[in-house]
Each structure stands twice: as C-alpha cells, then as structure tokens.
Design a protein. Structure first.
Length: 812
C-alpha cells in the first residue's frame, strides 16, 4: 500500500549514510507536448512510465499518444489514438488512459485504453455518450465499449485482462400512492455493468439491467492484476464469486414512492460463469419502512476468515426532526448477526497473518487517523496513519508523530522508530516497500518542501534503519500528474536493487558505485596496464571505457547497476585476459554489481596469462586461416562492439594455439584487418585453434595435426555468427567441444543455445539433478527461464552421438 499524506513533520534526525550512494543522469526524453505521466506496474514487464502526449490539431480536436518507457528510459511501447469523432473529446478521468498486458504462453501482448466523451443530437434531442476505446500493438482498434462517469476497471483472469464498465441509461416512470393521493413522474439513471475481453473487444457478459459490480471502483482505479488484491471476487461457500448491487426499481413500477428504500440496491451474488448464485435483501431489520430515509448498498466484509455483509440505514425520528443511523451485519444467508448504532465507513478488510485474524479499517474523520476494528464486534483495537505489506503479506502499521515515524507490528507494539527529517526542509510523500530498494526494509520518501516561490527541490529516501538510500538536495522530482496520484516517480528494474528517480526535466537518474579492480601478472601488480569493462544487458554486450591501473596495479571505475565483464588488455608480457584469468569469452566470469560498497580490502583482480614462449623456434610448421563474419548487420544487433569498421575491415581478434596433449597455450597471434592469421614455427603435434571474440562463445573448434615440423595446414577458418564462433575448416579433423555455450549468461528471462543443439534433446536441471524442462527436439527457439528461481542451473543436450552440458546463472 502506497499513500501520500500531507503532514507537518518534526525534528531533524541524524541520518546514517551506510549506502554511500551517488546518482548520475541518464537518458532524457522529450516532453514538450506531455499532458501527464504515470507509473504503471505490469505483471511481465515490471515498472514502466507512461507518458501521454496531446497535440492540438484544430481548436476543437487533438491527437493523443501514449509512450511506455522502461526505468532506463528505453522506449518500451508506443500507441497512437485517432482523433475523436465530431462532437467528442478525450476524457482522462475515472480510469482514463492506461495500458493492459495480456500473457499468452507467458508472452506479453499490450493494449492501449483511452476514453472519449461528447454529445450527439438526434430526433429525441441531445444525448451524452462516453466510450472506452481499445487499441492493440498494431495500432488497430480492437473494440469500443460504452461506459459512464464511473469509468472502468481491469482485472486479470487466466492471463487475460477483462474490463468492467458501467454504462448508463435513463428511466422515466409515473408513480402514485393511493393512501396519500400523491403521484408524479420520476426520471432517474440506471447503471448496468458489463464485462469485456480486452484482447478481442467483445463483451462476454452483460448483467441484468440495473445490476452493477458491488466493489466496482472505476472512479479511483488504475490497473490491477492480482485478483486477491482487487476485491472483485470473493470466496463464498468455497468458490470465487461476484458481488453485485441490483438497482431494483420494481416498487417504483408498482407505484410506491418509497419503493427504492425498501428493496433497491439488493446484493445479488453471481458465480464466475455469471450464473446467479443467490440474492440478499437490503433493508433495515427493526425500522418501520415509513421512517427510512436512506438504505445504503450492502458492502462485503470478507477476509481469510471473515465472511459478512454490512450496510447502513439512516432513518427519521421525532417526526422527521432528527436522523439517526444503524449499521447491520449479516452472514452469507442474509441473517442478521449484529446491529450497531452509528454509521461505519469501512475502507477495507486486512488479514493479519501473525495473528491469523481479519480486521476492518475505518477512517476516523475527527483526527484523520485510520482505526482498526475487530470483526464482527467492530471494537477499536488500534489506530495508524498508513499500512504496508511485504511480498509475503506480512503487515506493518505506520504512525506519524510530530518528531518520529513509528513502525508498529500487527499487535501495535513498536517495531522501530526513527526521527523525522527537518520539517522546514522536507515534506513527506509516501511509505512503501521495494520502490527504491529491493531489500526487505520499509522506505520513506520525502521531497523538498514547497516554498512561496514554487515547488521545493530535493529528494530524500530513508529506510526503517534510518539509512539513507537517496539524498539529492538539488534534485527536482517528476511527480505523477494523473489526478490524485501526485507522487514522485521512482522506477526500478526487476534486475536492479535500487530505483531510478525521474527529474522534472524527464531525465532518469541511476545509482552508481566505484568498482575496485586490479591487474596482476605472475602474482605481481601490473602498474600502467589497461582494463576494458564490458556490460551485459538483456540483448547486447556494450564496450565501456578503459581504465589504467595505478602504481599498485589497481583502479576504480564508476558504474551503475548491471552485469559486467572485466578484461585486462594485452601488454608486452601478458595476453588479453578476462576476469579472473581466462582467455576465452565463454569462460569469463560475470560480475553482478548493485553499487553497494564491497567489504574492506575486496577487489576484482585479473591474473593475466603470460605470452607463451616458443616451444621449438627452429620448427617450420605453419597453420593458416581466416575469420569471417556472416550477416554482419544481424550479428551487430546483438553487440555494441564493432564487428565491422567504417572502412569495411574486420577488427582484430585473438587466435590461440592450444596443445591437445596438455591443453597448454603454445602460441598466440592477432588477425590482420582482413581477418587472416598465421602461426609459424609450429612443431609436429596435435593442436586446437581457438578464437576469442567478445560476447561470442566458440560453438565448435578446429583441431589440426602436423605430422612433421615442416607441415603446412591451410584454411583453418572460422565464421562469426549471431550465436557464436563456428569452425569452418573444409578438411582435416574437427573437434567439437563437449562444453555447451549458453547465451546470455547470467540470464533473466530467456537463454539461447548454439546451432549444434538443433534437433537434439534438451533438458534443464537444478543443482539436485531434478529435470525442470524437457524438450524432445530443440528447434532453435529461445528457452523461457523467467519462472526459475535465482541460482545455478545445468543444461544438457543429447543428439544421439554426443552429450554436451553447460551451466548458467538465473538472475532477476
């Protein structure tokens, strides 16, 4: 639960700066025509920022577009809404503009929803209309759904988004009362709910006229996904069912002027297949109908154990001079359980797992606090200002005083208390888990206090241990401008530990830290050596700047969160070497870095491999070959490391000669600008020719044999493909490695296997050897590993002749 409260904050607390953070500006996006921005949580994509732009076309019409950006401000999706029909305009309230995500075979499909409203004129006069439009990723309109001022709400069912909307029409009836002789005409709105499949735009069910979802919350809602958080479906008699309100005006038609008090707004319960389950009448149990003034609809009071309905009746006393209220609590059969004097405004029901009980939350309008009520007695057992849940559903209450933030356990005992920052400098914005940091600590977000000259600068985030996560005094935060949700926007990638605050200039800031590194050769520090830093993203490998080691052979580089590889660059005595001390890309160790300081004295040290000494300088054997690149553009898309230079030449690659007898490297040579290489002075023996390309594992290896010291072997060629380096030797022996190359590694959502895995049997196993995924014939598709827990996994492929195994790391 995330809440913005306007409170007067107290004394200056002493902050501890254990996180030692530094934030740097990243991308900036255009916002000249931006109408509003909003943070959206999608089940598969995670947190994205939706930016809605509106451009005037004429004095009365405009174009609307919605852009979705990932936390690093990479454009994720873009939608464009057509200009509304004549007489209509865009409407941003009550559900307004949003995006929906459907999952088909765990693959996401996205839809853009927006509203228009306007008036039309026909023979009967003016008619107001309001519609919800659904657009798919191809910018095609999937459907148009009528709605009302109540807007709409989304819910997820079987991986698909369903849309609940309320549309309205009008009834005008004549009524008469024989006892009083009174009669007249009555005109009133009739609201009816319907459910639409977002992906098809087809309405799958329309409730009987005058029947609406009881807990429909379109006015305030954005997107919801987890059905257990939506309160749209309730466990009734062991099944999930739908609660509706029936605007039953039957008594009007029978001529009773007070008929709406007697039986309007009954609770009708439907099954999830939309068949009617039962009805519960909505009346006061001990109040004469002639004294009724208003009978509110039944509201659900459901939790893990609680299963009640309640409603409030307001009635006249003293001949209509005074009004009183009673709240009635009934069970699932509509039988009265308890009558309570007064009008209770129940906000929701919360399950407290540590106490295994449900409680009701009610607003105390006198002091602005939220009261916790026992069920079914409705006795006050505690009071708080905010409530938050961790990912396991555990509840903490938060109370604000003039000088402290008090975090309470479920029984209202104090969990922790931290002092508030200076009330003259900071304004409290929200309390949350996981928004700014992925750890399990509660976070409190503050922004600079508003001044007479405008909005104050500054963003401060502290956690429950009074540690500072973000302290940016000169930062002007971008706030969500979507109606009441006026909160600072902090986006966090699922793979990152720390969030990215967004400035009012639409710049995404990322947290950085200094990664300590060192290069050694023969166990000794290597001053002046250069180190290349490579960053692995979901889709590509990026070559970052080089750093030069100091007199101690050490260096620091400021990096954001991510997965990195370190490469010591060749010196007079040392070969190009990846961390910790390997020559080939596939053997390099990835470094997941979250910017937190390492333990004192810790350093990522590369032990460079020495340039080999010639085995037999008098030998006259020669091995010659060439490295070529297939489909350079396709290969290039996977890397930000140039595989083809501006003049068309091939960059230099390292080629190694490995003795098959003891796996020692006996020689090394770089390729020339055309990709050619040549080994000379090679003595008789059997050798593997190894080629290293950043980001490209060797999928197969050429093995050559020289029977004499004077043998010459040519055309020991290799091809660089999208997936790796492939041996292309036209003749001679070819050795295929039994080690399986997996890319990317570490992996978040998907992994790719080399071409050698085609048509083979593929199995994914955990560290206990349990088979988690089994494919009888692999067809080159990417493997979905998004549902695996973090950790090591093994992949085994079997083509009938050879078994290859490989390991990969799953990360979030």
């Amino acid at each position: 639960m995330r809440t913005k409260l306007l409170l007067s904050l107290g004394l200056l607390g002493t902050m501890s700066f254990l996180y030692g953070q530094q934030y740097r500006p990243g991308k900036q996006i255009d916002h000249d025509n931006t109408a509003f921005v909003r943070k959206v949580e999608l089940k598969k994509a995670g947190e994205v920022m939706m930016k809605v732009d509106q451009i005037s076309v004429t004095d009365t019409t405009s174009e609307l577009s919605a852009s979705l950006y990932s936390p690093d401000f990479t454009l994720f999706k873009n939608f464009h809404a057509p200009v509304p029909a004549d007489g209509a305009q865009f409407f941003f309230g009550h559900g307004g503009v949003t995006v929906a995500e459907n999952l088909v075979n765990n693959q996401p499909r996205y839809y853009f929803l927006y509203q228009t409203e306007g008036y039309s004129e026909d023979e009967s006069g003016f008619r107001f209309f309001q519609d919800i439009h659904i657009i798919d990723e191809n910018q095609q309109q999937v459907g148009k759904v009528p709605t009302s001022w109540m807007g709409y709400q989304l819910y997820m069912q079987d991986g698909k988004n369903m849309l609940i909307s309320d549309y309205q029409d009008w009834d005008t009836i004549f009524w008469s009362n024989p006892e009083t002789g009174w009669s007249g005409w009555e005109t009133f709105q009739v609201h009816t709910s319907a459910v639409t499949d977002v992906a098809t735009g087809q309405t799958i069910f329309t409730f009987p006229r005058g029947t609406t979802f009881s807990n429909f919350n379109g006015m305030q809602s954005g997107i919801y996904y987890a059905t257990n958080e939506q309160n749209l479906f309730f466990n009734i008699d062991g099944e999930e069912r739908i609660l509706t309100t029936n605007n039953n005006f039957e008594k009007y038609y029978l001529g009773h002027s007070s008929g709406n008090h007697e039986n309007a707004l009954d609770m009708w319960i439907y099954n999830k297949d939309f068949s009617l389950y039962k009805k519960i009448s909505n009346v006061g149990y001990d109040i004469p109908i002639e004294n009724l003034y208003m009978a509110n609809t039944y509201q659900p009071l459901f939790g893990k154990h609680a299963a009640y309905f309640y409603h409030t009746v307001t009635y006249q006393t003293d001949g209509g001079l005074n009004y009183n209220s009673k709240t009635y609590l009934v069970n699932l059969n509509g039988e009265l359980v308890k009558t309570i004097d007064g009008n209770f405004s129940i906000m929701s029901v919360v399950y407290l797992p540590q106490q295994d009980k449900d409680v009701a939350l009610s607003m105390n309008w006198t002091n602005g606090a939220i009261e916790v009520l026992s069920i079914p007695d409705f006795e006050v057992i505690g009071e708080f200002n905010d409530l938050i849940k961790d990912k396991n559903g555990n509840v903490k209450f938060v109370k604000y005083t003039d000088d402290a933030l008090i975090i309470m356990n479920e029984d209202f005992s104090t969990y922790k208390s931290i002092p508030l920052p200076d009330k003259n400098t900071w304004s409290f914005q929200m309390v949350d888990y996981y928004s700014t940091c992925a750890d399990e600590k509660i976070e409190f977000v503050f922004t600079g206090k508003e001044t007479e000259t405008g909005t104050g600068k500054g963003l401060l985030v502290i956690n429950e241990d009074n540690e500072t996560i973000i302290d940016m005094p000169d930062f002007s935060a971008l706030h969500s401008s979507y109606y009441a949700d006026n909160l600072p926007i902090i986006l966090r990638k699922s793979t990152d530990k720390y969030g990215r605050p967004v400035s009012d200039e639409f710049i995404s800031y990322y947290r950085t830290g200094k990664l300590p590194t060192q290069i050694k050769l023969g166990g000794n520090p290597l001053p002046g050596a250069d180190m290349q830093i490579l960053k692995q993203t979901d889709n590509e490998l990026i070559a970052l700047d080089k750093i030069t080691m100091n007199a101690d052979g050490k260096g620091e580089i400021e990096l954001g969160e991510g997965v990195y590889y370190l490469k010591a660059l060749q010196t007079q005595n040392g070969l190009n070497t990846y961390y910790p001390n390997v020559l080939l890309w596939e053997n390099a160790t990835a470094i997941p870095y979250n910017t937190d300081p390492l333990e004192e004295g810790s350093v990522y040290c590369i032990e460079m491999q020495s340039i080999p000494v010639p085995v037999n300088p008098t030998a006259q054997g020669v091995i010659v070959g060439k490295i070529v690149i297939s489909q350079p553009e396709a290969v290039q898309q996977l890397m930000r490391i140039k595989l083809v230079t501006d003049n068309g030449s091939v960059p230099i690659f390292d080629v190694y000669l490995q003795n098959t007898a003891d796996n020692s490297i006996i020689d090394h040579t770089p390729t020339d600008e055309n990709g050619n290489y040549r080994f000379e002075n090679v003595p008789a023996g059997s050798y593997r020719v190894l080629v290293n390309v950043d980001g490209k594992p060797m999928e197969s290896v050429n093995t050559v044999t020289l029977t004499t010291d004077a043998d010459i072997v040519e055309n020991v060629n290799y091809e660089i493909t999208e997936t790796g380096v492939v041996a292309k030797m036209p003749s001679g022996l070819k050795y295929t490695s039994t080690t399986l190359i997996i890319y990317p590694n570490p992996a978040k959502d998907f992994i790719y296997l080399p071409q050698s895995a085609q048509n083979a049997k593929v199995q994914v196993l955990d560290v206990q050897g349990r088979i988690l995924l089994n494919i009888d014939s692999y067809k080159g598709e990417k493997l979905d590993v998004s549902r695996l827990s973090n950790g090591w996994y093994m992949i085994q492929i079997n083509n009938g002749n050879r078994i290859k195994t490989g390991k990969f790391i799953k990360i979030n």
